[in-house]
Design a protein around this ligand. Structure first.
Ligand code: AMP
Length: 214
């Protein structure tokens, strides 16, 4: 099964993708994670995307489609979770073609609905474990009192450079202008399920499971 998690920054796509990996043995393909890796590796492409990402703008379609193409051609999986991709109509068209070329198809698109106010407080409160990437939130899922990651025991936690209010404002605008048209695009294809992304993490996890199993 191949699925897309669609929603604004801070909707919880990364957190829920990790649960799907755990629950269903699927493979998470996060273009944000791939771009952060490229940025940290200091390659030419990494240097180009670093500035764009810091401002909260979208990286070019050509770059992100190239990253996804490479994964689809080389990684064999029981199903992919596309997390943060596609973000434009051109990316959505490209994904359809890439899946078809691999003899695969897209099964479902889960739209995670969250209001803007909640997004700002979620994003400015979030951090991730530097060792395993587990996502924490000062309000909804704080780092354990002993300062160790509940999943791997790691003791370093990072906040993303673009998780600040200025960048978030641009990221939200990019989402509404360029990504939200995908809601209609996938609705018209009969692939869209909407779930409330504002509930408790486990309730959202159950809602996604329900949508995928129905
Ligand atoms: P994310 O981790 O999904 O929030 O992505 C972080 C940043 O990476 C975004 O704000 C964009 O600058 C860039 N990015 C990630 N995925 C894409 C994509 N599919 N298309 C364009 N830019 C992307």
């Amino acid at each position: 099964m191949n699925i897309i998690l669609l929603g604004p920054p801070g909707a919880g796509k990364g957190t829920q993708a990790r649960y799907l990996v755990e629950d269903r043995g699927m493979v998470q393909l996060s273009t944000g994670d791939m771009l952060r890796e490229a940025k940290d590796s200091g390659t030419e492409m990494g240097n180009i995307v670093a500035e764009v990402m810091a401002k909260g703008q979208l990286v070019t379609d050509e770059i992100v489609i190239g990253l996804i193409r490479e994964k689809l051609e080389t990684v064999k999986a029981n199903g992919f979770i596309f997390d943060g991709f596609p973000r434009t109509l051109a990316q959505a068209d490209a994904l359809g073609e890439l899946l078809e070329a691999e003899g695969q198809s897209l099964d479902a698109v889960i739209e995670m609905e969250v209001d803007d106010e909640a997004l700002v407080s979620r994003i400015t409160a979030r951090s991730t474990c530097g060792t395993c990437g587990e996502v924490y939130n000062d309000i909804t899922k704080p780092i354990p009192a002993d300062g160790k990651c509940a999943k791997c025991g790691g003791t370093t936690f990072n906040r993303r450079a673009d998780d600040n209010e200025d960048s978030l404002r641009t990221r939200l605008m990019e989402y509404y202008k360029k990504t939200s048209p995908l809601i209609g695009y996938y609705y018209a294809k009969g692939k869209l399920s909407r779930i409330d992304g504002l509930g408790e993490i486990d309730a959202v996890r159950a809602a996604i499971a329900g949508a995928l199993d129905s």
